[in-house]
Design a protein. Structure first.
Length: 183
């Protein structure tokens, strides 16, 4: 009986030791890519924060019990002040300063491929989304790279226009991410 109890405690203790908290590194890269009636465009995200807990066994991520990512909406930078102001207006940043993703379920971890679902909140509207990525682990860093296509109208966002409607932005954008997580 003592051996079973000792074995059970060892298993629980080792599982607890393998779950590690990581935070988003400032070297992470996130950008938003879209189209318009004039040209394609890209804006870089300058302020992304967050954390995740990874369960690691033999150097391989086997579970992600929790993850929260926050993007400061007014840190989305195109390099053009007019485009920035139209972006912030469309995202309703006066009332909703952050874009939030909260993990709710890991659908699959196979090798370095991961598929998760969670709540994405943009401009105060929350939708369940599925996101796919590739995970790489090196030393004390886990990098997750991927892309997620978003239809802005599903978040009640009116795609911006300029020059009295002569220039219109496409309703679909791609969020490209390379999240570097360190512990």
């Amino acid at each position: 009986m003592k051996k079973i109890l000792l074995f059970s405690l060892t298993v629980v203790f080792s599982i607890t030791l393998s779950a590690q908290k990581y935070v988003v590194s400032p070297t992470s890269e996130v950008s938003v890519v879209g189209t318009s009636s004039l040209h394609d465009w890209e804006s870089k995200v300058e302020d992304v924060k967050g954390s995740a807990t990874f369960t690691i066994e033999d150097g391989v991520v086997t579970a992600i019990p929790e993850m929260d990512i926050t993007i400061k909406a007014e840190s989305i930078e195109s390099g053009k002040s007019k485009m920035n102001s139209l972006t912030y207006e469309a995202l309703k940043t006066d009332n909703f300063p952050n874009i939030l993703f909260t993990l709710s379920e890991v659908k699959e971890i196979t090798g370095n491929k991961v598929i998760v679902s969670g709540d994405l909140m943009i401009a105060g509207v929350k939708r369940k989304v599925s996101v796919q990525g590739i995970m790489d682990s090196e030393g004390k860093m886990i990098t997750i790279t991927g892309a997620k296509k978003i239809d802005m109208t599903e978040f009640d966002i009116e795609p911006p226009t300029a020059m009295f409607g002569a220039i219109t932005v496409g309703k679909d954008v791609n969020i490209l991410f390379t999240l570097k997580m360190t512990n």
